[in-house]
Design a protein around this ligand. Structure first.
Ligand SMILES: [Fe+2]
Length: 279
């Protein structure tokens, strides 16, 4: 019996080392940026509109001068960039975010709403003004007409003027009869967004893809506000007359727990006339 103990210990250590190597390899594979495409056909637009959604950047690093991310945006030649919250972070240095925003706002119309991390520590007031000084349109319960669609910005103001729910209500009040896109950071509120019957497309983030995935089996292990096995961790969700796209987000250097099978993503959405889909 005394001779078997070292063997068991040695086997246990070997298995542990193998598992650690596999974990590190999976984390490395899940680090690069991916670009994902969605196509939304509708008879409410007469010309195609390409929107890039940037979400949950948390000032993560994307190469020298943020060029990996900036070039990925340029490659897709969008008509507009929407920033769906947690672009700035409340803890880490925000220089990466500033570098990215300065570059994209100089080249594309940008529309920005707050996420929960921007609202913490009273930061939204500063971030909002910084973004505005770059020419970015900040939407706080306001709607913007753009290329035949309406961009509706659900965004708590952080200064008592509007709660998040009130901002959604204002967006719905001012939505028109055309194609309305709701920008709203929190996907778990989908039933509330749908209750107005006004929004054709909802763009959300916040869930970070559930941080770990098991391909074809589990779409996310844990997300804030949704808990374990989140229903809306990332991807496209179709309802009766609405579609919600949840970005898996771009955070990759702040969280000490690495992503697994859940690469950070840049979301490209083509809103196209239905007639073009058929040809
Ligand atoms: Fe968030």
């Amino acid at each position: 019996m005394k001779k078997e103990k070292p063997k068991k210990k040695s086997l246990f250590l070997r298995v542990l080392v193998c598992l650690m190597i596999i974990f590190v390899l999976l984390a490395v594979m899940s680090f690069p940026l991916k670009t994902v495409h969605y196509s939304i056909p509708t008879n409410e637009v007469t010309e195609p509109v390409r929107i890039i959604q940037v979400s949950d950047l948390h000032s993560s690093w994307y190469g020298k001068e943020m060029n990996t991310l900036i070039n990925a945006v340029r490659k897709e030649a969008p008509d507009a960039v929407v920033l769906t919250g947690d672009i700035y972070d409340d803890i880490v240095n925000n220089d990466n975010t500033r570098t990215f925003l300065k570059a994209v706002s100089a080249e594309y119309p940008c529309f920005y709403i707050s996420g929960n991390h921007e609202l913490r520590r009273n930061g939204w007031k500063t971030y909002r003004e910084e973004a505005k000084s770059m020419g970015i349109t900040v939407l706080e319960g306001e709607n913007a007409d753009f290329m035949g669609i309406t961009l509706c910005g659900a965004s708590e103001t952080g200064d008592g003027r509007l709660t998040f729910d009130e901002s959604v209500e204002k967006c719905a009040e001012n939505a028109d009869d055309g194609f309305n896109v709701l920008l709203a950071h929190y996907p778990e509120n989908i039933d509330f967004y749908r209750s107005f019957g006004k929004f054709d497309l909802i763009l959300s983030g916040h869930a970070h893809g559930g941080q770990w995935r098991v391909p074809f089996l589990i779409n996310g292990i844990f997300s804030p506000d949704q808990g374990i096995f989140p229903e809306y961790a990332g991807g496209e969700y179709r309802f009766d007359s609405e579609t919600m796209i949840v970005s898996r987000g771009l955070e990759r250097t702040k969280n000490p727990v690495p992503r697994i099978f859940n690469n950070p993503e840049l979301v490209v959405i083509d809103i196209i006339p239905e007639s073009e889909e058929e040809t």
